[in-house]
Design a protein around this ligand. Structure first.
Ligand code: ADE
Ligand code: ZN
Ligand code: ZN
Length: 235
């Protein structure tokens, strides 16, 4: 996701933290909110020192496979990254600086795990090589889902998170599962997106109308699942 998507996930998670987790997270983040730190992992991409973490934002595998069956990258992927981050946060031997880093990573990565084009196909680099137009501008399928649809709604992350949570009843079965299971369920959804679109298509109001409720659902699942993980680690 782009900045607004990640901040929305952070805000939804923040509202679902229990007291103990809220206190611990506030201490590690020096008083900053989950929304505030949610884009840290994208901000460090321009620093060569962090190059090893670039493959941690996504995983690609064929639509006729699940994650368990797929060939694993030697550089790691978003599943390995999430499992590593959780293990680091649970380990009492992890230094405070590392705890801060892996907490910021986890906040970001649970969001990316629910962006359908982050669980995509290698052939088009998760939609980055799938060129389309967004209204009259050049874009690609990845960017449409990261940010174009979200930005065209012109809502702040606080407005968007309120809008998403409005009228939703918390269903605790939605937070069950592992990162690999959530990736597989995102991936089944990703496959459906390729059925009604072709390279060069002009997307706009109709595409948003068809898919913005799915964007909102994915951001919601990210937020409540992130909160549940943090409540389990710290609560
Ligand atoms: N680079 C290659 N595949 C990608 C994906 N699925 N998401 C983001 N960046 C990528
Ligand atoms: Zn992306
Ligand atoms: Zn990312």
């Amino acid at each position: 996701w782009g900045p607004t998507g990640h901040r929305t996930v952070g805000e939804i998670a923040q509202k679902h933290l229990n007291k103990k987790a809220e206190k611990k997270v506030r201490k590690l983040l020096n008083g900053k909110s989950l929304a505030y730190v949610s884009n840290y992992m994208d901000e460090i991409k321009s620093d060569r020192k962090y190059d090893q973490y670039k493959p941690w934002h996504y995983v690609n595998y064929p639509f006729d496979q699940n994650y368990a069956q797929s060939q694993k990258s030697k550089n790691g992927d978003i599943i390995v990254a999430i499992e590593t981050s959780i293990a680091k946060l649970k380990n009492p031997k992890t230094s405070i600086d590392e705890q801060i880093m892996y907490l910021k990573f986890l906040i970001h990565l649970i969001g990316d795990l629910h962006q359908p084009l982050h669980i995509g196909l290698e052939s088009d680099k998760g939609g980055n090589d799938f060129q389309v137009r967004w209204f009259n501008n050049g874009s690609n399928l990845h960017r449409v889902w990261d940010s174009d649809m979200i930005e065209s709604f012109n809502m702040s992350y606080t407005e968007l998170s309120t809008n998403i949570l409005d009228g939703k009843i918390y269903d605790k079965t939605l937070v069950l599962g592992t990162a690999a299971e959530w990736a597989d369920s995102t991936h089944l959804f990703t496959a459906t997106l390729y059925k009604d679109i072709q390279i060069g298509d002009k997307l706009g109001y109709n595409y948003s109308y068809d898919h913005f409720h799915e964007v909102q659902m994915q951001l919601y699942l990210s937020g409540i699942r992130l909160a549940n993980i943090l409540n389990e680690i710290y609560g």
